[in-house]
Design a protein around this ligand. Structure first.
Ligand code: MF3
Ligand code: CO
Length: 248
């Protein structure tokens, strides 16, 4: 069941998403060779708590950290550790926060120092795919119009779209209906309505779309070892079009 949000609730969801966006911007600036993903995690947790919010992922299904930090072939859910970033890596930072009962959720992928042209293209295509998806998040469209926007753009650029993880509704729960695959057939799926709030999150691989989960039970990596990128925004569907809530 999809829970429609009032204007007031959308403002509350925006508040938590603004905290997420603010912290992600700070983290982006801290990413450099020599920094560990654990340092990024403790920084993120402090910043979230300082703003009166709580980390959304910590404890969720026993996830042990505030941040998901996924490096190179890691797709999502990389657990922060004494892993030190090096020049040429790419890192996906996925962050969630909750304040006053409402969740925020967003992600970015950033370069560590100078990266390859292919890595740069993968990042750019994934971010662009997210924005094309957001443009489809409007009254009267269908759910898989969003999915198709992501898939068609990714594949046109020679990349592939992860199947196992999806975008989602968000509000008083981190994951609400509907599930939003990053691939699908345009013109199909439920009809989109004002008051729906979605976290849209393309995960795009440089090689094939297959992923596997490591023995830590969380870290998803590409099966072929190629790079993967992830961007996420939380977006409200309004009468006047899509509204991105996860910007600082
Ligand atoms: N943005 C991700 C999601 O919506 C992050 C979840 S990590 C978890 O699924 F630990 F909370 F599962
Ligand atoms: Co999410």
């Amino acid at each position: 069941m999809i829970i429609l949000k009032t204007d007031k609730e959308i403002e509350q969801i925006k508040k938590s998403n603004q905290i997420v966006a603010y912290v992600l911007n700070k983290l982006r600036k801290l990413v450099k060779p020599g920094v560990s993903t654990l340092e990024l995690d403790s920084f993120a947790e402090k910043m979230i708590r300082k703003r009166g919010a709580v980390p959304a992922f910590k404890g969720y299904k026993n996830y042990p950290a505030t941040l998901c930090a996924s490096v190179n072939e890691e797709v999502v859910h990389g657990i922060p550790a004494r892993r030190f970033l090096k020049e040429g890596d790419i890192i996906s930072l996925d962050l969630g926060a909750k304040i006053d009962g409402y969740y925020g959720d967003a992600a970015i992928t950033v370069p560590v120092g100078k990266i390859s042209e292919k890595a740069k293209l993968l990042i750019d295509v994934t971010e662009k795919a997210l924005h094309l998806a957001i443009e489809q998040a409007k009254d009267g469209n269908r759910l898989y119009d969003i999915s198709f926007a992501i898939q068609s753009f990714a594949e046109k650029n020679g990349f592939s779209v992860v199947r196992e993880f999806v975008g989602h509704g968000i509000g008083k729960d981190l994951h609400e209906d509907p599930q939003i695959p990053n691939f699908g057939k345009p013109g199909y799926g439920i009809r989109l309505k004002p008051g729906m709030v979605f976290s849209l999150e393309p995960m795009i691989n440089a090689g094939n779309y297959r992923v596997k989960v490591l023995s830590d039970g969380w870290t998803a990596v590409t099966a072929d070892g190629e790079l993967s990128a992830h961007f996420e925004h939380t977006v409200a569907i309004t009468k006047s079009g899509p509204r991105i809530l996860s910007i600082a």
